[in-house]
Ligand binder design. Structure first.
Ligand code: NAI
Length: 247
């Protein structure tokens, strides 16, 4: 089950947190993995960890908000491996603030990386996958893209946008045998959430029926399934990984 031998997978924002877990999980199932991130040093360390297990991995620096860098990333992948079978759009940031207080640049930064970044990577990925008439695109959205969250106007809008984009790509490219799905994590224990104040974390915990924060591996397992042959008849869906916090 979930054998990815012979597949080439690319994960953005894979130097740490959820992206790193996804990259390790894909490699464990046999995939060759491209670790892409703005932080090349940490991306290199993840690629080294994967190579240490006997799998192929390559680290490439890329800011997903830059069309030139995204196009260069995909060119590099083609040059190195000739194809890409699975693309996981995971890179994302937060710049939290209430509607009335949010600065224009905080809006722009989050939309540029979380929303335009996914668009740029999907466009570059689909160009390659359409030729091959196969491919898997998995976009990391968020629970707040579905339910909203006070203080995350920019972030929730970007993640709701990712969900809309995912469904549109699913419809446009199903005919080319490309599936596109989103995984929407709830509250996952990573650097992004460790920065939150203790009282906010406790409030979140009280709203999770399974009474724990998720782990990066919980998200990676969902991505792994959607990347696998076994998920071939699933497209345009949002798989929520949130301990029941939103249903
Ligand atoms: P993280 O902050 O631990 O890791 C994000 C990674 O993305 C870092 O390695 C960072 O260097 C990289 N990155 C940042 N900007 C980038 C850019 N412009 N281009 C390329 N790479 C860039 O975050 P975490 O928690 O692992 O989140 C990963 C994804 O999961 C994000 O899209 C986030 O929005 C989403 N998510 C996280 C949740 C959580 O509770 N941690 C909940 C729901 C969604």
């Amino acid at each position: 089950m979930m054998n990815l031998e012979g597949k080439v997978a690319l994960v953005t924002g894979a130097a740490q947190g959820i992206g790193k877990s996804i990259a390790l999980a894909l490699a464990k199932q046999g995939a060759t993995v491209v670790i892409s991130d703005v932080n090349l040093e940490k991306a290199d360390a993840v690629a080294g960890e994967i190579r240490g297990t006997g799998r192929k991995a390559l680290a490439v620096a890329c800011n997903v908000g830059s069309a030139d860098e995204v196009n260069a990333l995909f060119d590099r992948v083609v040059q190195e491996y000739g194809q890409v079978d699975v693309v996981v759009n995971n890179a994302g940031i937060t710049r939290d603030g209430l509607l009335m207080r949010l600065k224009d640049e905080e809006w722009d930064q989050v939309i540029n990386i979380n929303l335009k970044g996914v668009f740029l990577c999907c466009r570059a990925a689909i160009k390659l996958m359409a030729k091959k008439r196969s491919g898997r695109v998995i976009n990391i959205a968020s629970i707040v893209g579905a339910m909203g969250n006070a203080g995350q106007i920019n972030y929730s809008a970007s993640k709701a946008g990712v969900i809309g984009m995912t469904k549109t790509i699913a419809k446009e490219y199903a005919g080319r045998n490309i599936t596109c799905n989103a995984v929407a994590p709830g509250f996952i224990d990573t650097a992004m959430t460790q920065a939150l104040p203790e009282d906010v974390k406790n409030l979140m915990l009280s709203q999770i029926p399974l009474s724990r924060f998720g782990s990066a591996d919980d998200v990676a397992n969902a991505v792994l399934f959607l990347a696998s042959d076994e998920a071939g008849y699933i497209t345009g869906q949002v798989l929520h990984v949130n301990g029941g916090m939103y249903m």
